[in-house]
Design a protein around this ligand. Structure first.
Ligand code: HEM
Ligand SMILES: *[C@@H]1O[C@H](CO)[C@@H](O)[C@H](O)[C@H]1NC(C)=O
Ligand SMILES: *[C@@H]1O[C@H](CO)[C@@H](O)[C@H](O)[C@H]1NC(C)=O
Ligand SMILES: *[C@@H]1O[C@H](CO)[C@@H](O)[C@H](O)[C@H]1NC(C)=O
Ligand SMILES: *[C@@H]1O[C@H](CO)[C@@H](O)[C@H](O)[C@H]1NC(C)=O
Ligand SMILES: *[C@@H]1O[C@H](CO)[C@@H](O)[C@H](O)[C@H]1NC(C)=O
Length: 529
C-alpha cells in the first residue's frame, strides 16, 4: 500500500477524533456562552455574510456581550460591547503587554513567504517589538507634522488632476450645475495615497521608480486582492487543514510574484539612490531607518525593514480613501449633508479670518480646526472600515469577569457594534460630528485599541484632514444626478464583498460643484500657476 494512503487514513482519523472531542465540548471555554454550529466547520458557514452584523445578532439573541464560536479548528471569543472591549483590550495587563496575531495558512505561509509579514500580521516576538517601536516612532505626531508640506502638495496635485479631467467651463465664474458629471472619487484618492506613501517611505516618485517594467503594475489592485486573502473568513483552508491538499494556491502565488516585483524595485532603487547621495531618499522614512541600521543606531535587520516597508505601502492604501469616500457619500445627502458642509466651511473660514487662500495653505501644517477633526472622528466611527478590526491571539491566559480564557484563543472585537453602542453614543446611527466636540473622553475602535492599535492613525488622520478641508474649501458636494449612484448610509447594505475583512462599498458617485466666488477664481488660478 502506498504510504500516502496511510497518511490519508491518519489525517481522516485525526479529524474524526478532533471533531468528536469538539462536539462533546472538550475544547469549549467554560463560562462563556457558545453559539451552536455544525460538525467540522463549526460556525464558519454562518458568518460568511457580514460577520460583524451576525455577531451583533447573536449578541442580542443570546443576551450576551461576549460569546465563543468555533471556526473549523479555531476557537474564537467575540466581544461586542464598548466597555468590555475597553477592559479587555486596553486595561487587561496581560493582553496589553503581549499580544499576538493568529497565523493564517494562506496569508502567512503562502503570500508572505518572500517579502515577510507586515507589522500588523506578525505574531508577537522580539522582532515584532523592534518593528513596532520603529514604525510607531517614525509615524508619531511630530514626525507626521514634519511631512505636512509633502502631504499638502500631493493633495493639491490630486485636485489639479481632477480639475483638469473635468470640462473646463465648470471652473468659470458661473458654474452650470446640470452640466457637472457624477464622479467616483476613489481612483483619484487611491492614486494620490499610493504616490504619497511611496514618497514618504522611500523618497521616490512612484511612476519613475516603476518605469521600464514590461507592463504596468497595478499596485492598488494587487494589494487589494492580497487583502482578500487575509480575510479570516474566506480562507477555508486556514481552518480546515485537509483542504490544503486538495485545492491549489496558484492565484496566491501569482499575487506574491507581482508584489515581489514592485517591492523589490522600490527597495533596490532606494539603496541605489542612497549610494548616489540623493538627499530626498536619504531623508525619507526608510532612508533614515536603513542608514540607522547600517551605522548601528537601531537594532533592525533587513527583513525587519522590508516588513515595515510592506506595512506602510499596504496599510493605508484602501482604508484612508474608503473613509474619505464614505464622508463624501454623507455630505452628498441632500438635506443633512448641506448643513454639515456649511458648518465645516464656516468653521475653516472663521479660523482664517475669511481669507480663502490663507485657509487653503494653512490646513496643511495646522490641522487644528475642531469641527473638521470632529467630522473625521465621526466618519471613522460610523463607517468602521474594518468592522472587526484585526483578530488577536492571546499569548497568555487571562481572566475576565471570573472566566479563564486560555492562551492561544483568538480574540475578536466587534468594532462596528462597539462604535454603535447606544450606552456610549446617543443615537448611534445618526451622523452627528458635534458629539466629538463636547466630550474629551469619547473614543472609537476604528483603529483597534491597546498595544496593537493601528500605528498609522496619526498619519491617516492628517491625510484625511488635508483632503477633507481642501475638498470643502473648494467645492459644494452634491448628490449624483443618477439616483442609483447615491450612497446608502448603511455600510452593510453597501457592502460589495460581505465576506471580506474590510468594507468594500459598491460603486457610488457624487458631484463636486466648484464654489464660485472671486476668491475661488483666484484660488484655481494660483493652484495652476
Ligand atoms: C483610516 C485609515 C486606517 C484605518 C481605519 C486603520 C485601521 C487599523 C486597524 C483596525 C488595525 C488593527 C488594530 C488592532 O488590532 O487593534 C490596524 C493596524 C495597523 N495599521 Fe492601520 N489603519 C489605517 C491606516 C494606516 C496607515 C496609513 C498605516 C501606516 C502607514 C497603518 C499602519 C498600521 C500598522 C503597522 C498596523 C499593525 C499594528 C500592530 O499590529 O501592532 N494604518 N490599522
Ligand atoms: C511578554 O513576552 C516576553 C517574551 O515572550 C516576556 O519576556 C515578557 O515577560 C512578557 N511580558 C509580560 C508582561 O507578560
Ligand atoms: C518572530 O516571528 C517571525 C514570524 O513568525 C519569525 O520569522 C522570526 O524568526 C521570529 N523572530 C524571533 C526573534 O523570534
Ligand atoms: C517621536 O519620535 C522621535 C524619535 O523618532 C522622538 O525623538 C520624539 O520625541 C517623538 N515625538 C513625540 C511627540 O512622541
Ligand atoms: C448647462 O448644461 C446643460 C447640459 O450640458 C446644457 O444643456 C445647458 O444649455 C447649459 N446651460 C447653460 C446656461 O450654459
Ligand atoms: C546613524 O544614522 C542615522 C540616520 O541617518 C542618524 O540619525 C544617526 O545620527 C547616525 N548615528 C551615528 C552614531 O552615526
Amino acid at each position: 500500500m502506498p504510504s500516502w494512503i496511510n497518511a490519508l487514513q491518519f489525517v481522516i482519523l485525526a479529524i474524526l477524533l478532533w471533531f468528536i472531542a469538539d462536539t462533546l465540548g472538550f475544547r469549549k471555554i467554560k463560562g462563556i456562552p457558545s453559539i451552536p454550529g455544525y460538525p467540522v466547520v463549526g460556525n464558519l458557514l454562518q458568518i460568511l455574510d457580514n460577520p460583524s452584523l451576525k455577531y451583533t445578532e447573536w449578541s442580542n439573541k443570546y443576551k450576551t456581550s461576549i460569546f465563543q464560536i468555533r471556526l473549523g479548528n479555531t476557537r474564537a471569543v467575540i466581544v461586542n460591547d464598548y466597555h468590555d472591549i475597553e477592559v479587555l483590550w486596553c486595561k487587561n495587563k496581560n493582553i496589553a503587554a503581549n499580544n499576538s496575531r493568529p497565523l493564517g495558512y494562506t496569508f502567512h505561509d503562502i503570500v508572505s513567504s518572500t517579502q515577510g509579514l507586515t507589522v500588523g500580521s506578525s505574531p508577537f516576538n522580539e522582532s515584532y517589538v523592534r518593528k513596532k517601536k520603529a514604525i510607531s516612532s517614525v509615524l508619531n505626531q511630530s514626525k507626521v507634522h514634519l511631512k505636512s508640506s509633502t502631504i499638502g502638495s500631493h493633495v493639491n496635485d490630486m485636485f489639479k488632476q481632477f480639475i483638469a479631467s473635468q470640462p473646463p467651463s465648470h471652473f468659470m465664474s458661473k458654474s452650470n450645475l446640470s452640466a457637472i458629471p457624477d464622479i467616483n472619487m476613489m481612483p483619484y484618492v487611491q492614486n494620490m495615497i499610493l504616490g504619497l506613501s511611496i514618497c514618504l517611505i522611500y523618497g521616490l516618485n512612484v511612476d519613475k521608480a516603476l518605469e521600464g517594467n514590461d507592463h504596468t503594475i497595478d499596485i492598488t489592485r494587487t494589494e487589494n486582492e492580497i487583502l482578500h486573502l487575509r480575510s479570516p473568513f474566506t480562507n477555508l483552508k486556514d481552518y480546515i487543514p485537509i483542504l490544503r491538499f486538495i485545492s491549489s494556491s496558484s492565484k496566491q502565488k501569482t499575487l506574491r510574484s507581482v508584489r515581489d516585483q514592485y517591492m523589490n524595485k522600490f527597495w533596490n532603487t532606494m539603496v541605489q539612490e542612497i549610494d548616489l547621495g540623493n538627499p530626498t531618499v536619504i531623508a525619507s522614512i526608510m532612508g533614515q531607518l536603513y542608514l540607522g541600521m547600517v551605522n548601528g543606531s537601531n537594532e533592525l535587520n533587513i527583513p525587519e525593514l522590508k516588513s515595515i516597508c510592506l506595512s506602510m505601502v499596504s496599510a493605508g492604501l484602501d482604508n484612508t480613501p474608503l473613509n474619505y469616500n464614505h464622508l463624501m457619500g454623507h455630505l452628498s445627502q441632500l438635506a443633512t449633508g448641506e448643513v454639515i458642509q456649511k458648518k465645516a466651511y464656516n468653521a475653516l473660514m472663521e479660523l482664517y479670518d475669511n481669507d480663502l487662500q490663507l485657509a487653503w495653505n494653512s490646513v496643511e501644517s495646522e490641522s487644528t480646526c475642531p469641527y473638521i477633526i470632529a467630522l473625521i472622528q465621526e466618519t471613522l466611527r460610523i463607517f468602521t472600515v474594518l468592522p472587526l478590526a484585526l483578530p488577536r491571539c492571546l499569548s497568555k491566559d487571562i481572566i475576565h469577569k471570573g472566566v479563564l480564557i486560555p492562551k492561544g484563543t483568538v480574540l475578536i472585537m466587534n468594532a462596528y457594534q462597539a462604535n454603535h453602542d447606544s450606552q456610549v453614543f446617543q443615537s448611534p446611527t445618526e451622523f452627528f460630528p458635534e458629539r466629538w466636540l463636547n466630550s474629551k473622553q469619547l473614543n472609537h475602535f476604528s483603529f483597534g485599541a491597546g498595544a496593537r492599535m493601528c500605528s498609522g492613525n496619526l498619519l491617516a488622520c492628517k491625510q484625511l484632514y488635508v483632503l477633507i478641508a481642501k475638498t470643502i474649501l473648494m467645492f459644494h458636494i452634491k448628490p449624483p444626478m443618477d439616483p442609483n449612484y447615491q450612497m446608502k448610509l448603511s455600510p452593510f447594505e453597501m457592502n460589495g464583498n460581505p465576506s471580506a475583512t474590510c468594507f468594500e462599498p459598491k460603486l457610488f458617485k457624487v458631484r463636486l460643484e466648484p464654489r464660485c466666488t472671486p476668491a475661488h477664481e483666484c484660488l484655481y488660478y494660483n493652484l495652476f500657476s
